[in-house]
Design a protein around this ligand. Structure first.
Ligand SMILES: [Zn+2]
Length: 258
């Protein structure tokens, strides 16, 4: 597709993507940066983040509702839990994606240096990789040579490291997605506990939360191509257990007058 000339230009450009984030946000908009698989992964991560928000906020508000029938403390605990959880999830995601990207950048930098210093050895290395995948030695050699002529850096990043240098994950994007997913998930138990009359709060929250978890469990099973029933069962049982335990603790602590 692209000429050898433009590709030899693209090597130093990719190399100059230092810790500056603007370059990454530029890549985000490129249509090839995320395939369908990438988008499905994001969607699955979003559903998982929403589950976290649903379960942790539900456990929190149900626990407080076990201790008191007064609306104020339930609201305060719910909102504090939502904010703390969302920030903690976003921070965790930011740290994890950042360190993953640092690792990928370091590996790519080593690869770039090796390509400059040992071009012949690198072609042999690439050929060996394709031979190991089942190509005949002569074919592997030809593939390695053609890929090297086209874009040596991209070829090595893909074959050796499994990294697309144009599509490094953006930690800010990951953090924003986590924050949003957790917040959306949290709003559900928060609404379920605050909207009904006092006598119905806990029952309605249990029902709404378990229904929501059944739904997100089914959705993530579909996205992951796995069976729905075990995914739904794990989530619903886990959510029910979390709420039962925190409600019990709330009851005990409330009764003790703590
Ligand atoms: Zn290499």
């Amino acid at each position: 597709m692209s000429t050898a000339g433009s590709d030899s230009n693209s090597v130093p450009t990719a190399g100059s993507t230092d810790p500056s984030d603007p370059s990454d946000s530029a890549h985000e908009t490129e249509p090839h940066a995320q395939g369908l698989a990438g988008r499905l992964n994001w969607l699955r991560a979003g559903v998982l983040g929403a589950n976290d928000g649903i379960v942790s906020t539900a456990g929190l508000v149900v626990g407080v509702a076990g201790a008191t029938t007064s609306r104020g403390p339930i609201l305060t605990a719910g909102i504090a839990g939502l904010v703390a959880g969302a920030v903690s999830m976003a921070l965790g995601e930011y740290v994890s994606v950042s360190s993953q990207r640092d690792t990928e950048r370091a590996l790519l930098a080593v690869e770039r240096t090796e390509l400059q210093q040992f071009p012949e050895e690198e072609i042999a290395e690439l050929a060996a990789l394709y031979e190991a995948k089942g190509l005949q030695p002569a074919t592997a050699r030809q593939v390695a040579q053609e890929l090297t002529a086209n874009d040596a850096f991209a070829a090595h990043a893909d074959a050796e490291l499994g990294i697309d240098p144009q599509a490094l994950t953006n930690p800010w994007q990951a953090a924003r997605a986590s924050l949003l997913a957790f917040t959306l998930g949290s709003l559900l138990p928060l609404a379920a506990i605050l909207l009904p009359p006092a006598g119905w709060r806990v029952t309605v929250t249990f029902a709404v939360v378990l229904l929501a978890l059944a739904l997100t469990g089914a959705v993530s099973a579909v996205l992951g191509g796995s069976e729905k029933r075990p995914a739904v069962a794990r989530l619903v049982l886990g959510g029910a257990l979390a709420m039962a335990v925190t409600f019990g603790i709330g009851r005990l602590v409330g009764a003790a007058g703590g």
